[in-house]
Design a protein around this ligand. Structure first.
Ligand code: AQP
Length: 334
């Protein structure tokens, strides 16, 4: 059996990734790259669907790539590249936009949320067509599997619909991908506001754990995390969201279940529990941070690795794109 192909990406929308990106995505990618022919992209074209400072965007793009590698994505095993380095993404997105219904795109809940957050004057057509670009990302590589958080499932459903529609109209150009919620993946919430997901673009950073923060800052944020007055370490997402969130984080980095954590901290207070979470998170993040900063000390080498990987991605993407161009009837350049 041939190895199945996997595609995923993250936006370079902050100087550092946050704990949710690490636990919800990078840790899963690191495992999945052993089993799949994996393509991991830093999706800078997606990031510009909301305003970005040009010089900062370049820097954030490098920083995101460095964190992928530091977290264990191996650029010699997986194809780890910057989305805008592969021109076929934007080109296929255009073709796919011509078979996407306006109403269909309008039903995407992420667009509704983000456009509300940024307001009409800052809401671009690019933000509206974001899911079409995501469909292009996935379909270019004949992807079988897309690891996603539940918030991205709707976009993968649209990708499937577009692939099926194109294949029905123009012949079998695309593999129809499957969304997969990776085993052990978890949603991480803001430490100060544990009913909102931890996010790079949170209004306040007090409850966000940044992978590249000094570990003393991370330690303090964990010790100050919101809990409750009940005093028992017990997993109850609705009644005890703060404690449940800390349990999820602790469980992910120590590879333990909620029941094991409840046993470990039975009869002990939140102080003990938070110290254990702090120590486990610091132990997990510190080597990743150190490695990422080392990689960022040599941007020329990082850029070289990204260029080699972009060439690997180009080869696959160009083959799909030229087949698509032929199928829709675009005249070849003589
Ligand atoms: N809180 C989270 N818990 C679990 N997984 C999460 N991811 C993000 N936040 C959490 C996963 O990380 C990947 C990053 O996707 P993205 O950068 O394209 O954007 P996002 O999902 O919108 O993440 P952010 O950090 O909230 O970014 P901004 O603020 O820029 O929108 C995805 O796999 C996501 O599931």
């Amino acid at each position: 059996m041939t190895t199945q192909r996997l595609y995923s990406g993250m936006q370079p929308s902050a100087d550092s990734l946050q704990a949710g990106n690490y636990i919800g995505a990078l840790m899963q990618w690191r495992n999945m790259q052993e089993e799949y022919d994996a393509f991991f992209s830093v999706v800078d074209l997606h990031a510009i669907t909301v305003p970005q400072d040009p010089a900062e965007l370049r820097e954030k793009t490098r920083r995101t790539a460095a964190q992928y590698i530091a977290a264990g994505i191996e650029p010699s095993k997986s194809t780890l590249y910057v989305q805008s380095h592969v021109r076929a993404h934007a080109e296929l997105a255009w073709i796919l936009s011509t078979i996407t219904g306006f109403g269909e795109a309008g039903r995407m809940t992420q667009f509704k949320d983000k456009s509300q957050r940024y307001g009409e004057s800052a809401t671009s057509v690019g933000l509206f067509t974001y899911p079409v670009l995501m469909a292009a990302d996935i379909l270019l590589y004949q992807t079988n599997v897309v690891p996603v958080g539940d918030d991205q499932k709707q976009h993968v459903e649209l990708t499937r619909d577009l692939a099926e529609r194109f294949n029905a109209r123009f012949g079998e150009a695309f593999v129809v991908p499957e969304p997969v919620i990776p085993q052990g993946s978890a949603r991480i919430y803001d430490l100060q506001n544990p009913t909102s997901k931890m996010s790079k673009s949170a209004d306040s950073h007090a409850g966000v754990l940044w992978l590249l923060d000094d570990v003393s800052v991370t330690a303090k944020k964990i010790m100050r995390a919101v809990t409750d007055s009940d005093g028992t370490v017990r997993y109850d997402r609705d009644a005890k969201p703060g404690v449940a969130n800390l349990m999820t984080i602790y469980g992910a980095v120590t590879d333990t279940t909620a029941a094991e954590i409840e046993d470990e901290f039975a009869g002990r207070g939140y102080g003990d529990f938070k110290k254990a979470v702090r120590d486990a998170v610091v132990a997990e993040f510190e080597p990743v941070r150190t490695r990422a900063l080392e990689l960022l000390d040599d941007p020329a080498e990082l850029d070289r690795v990204l260029a080699v990987n972009a060439a690997k991605a180009d080869a696959v993407a160009d083959a799909t794109l030229s087949d698509v161009y032929d199928r829709v009837g675009l005249l070849r350049r003589g």
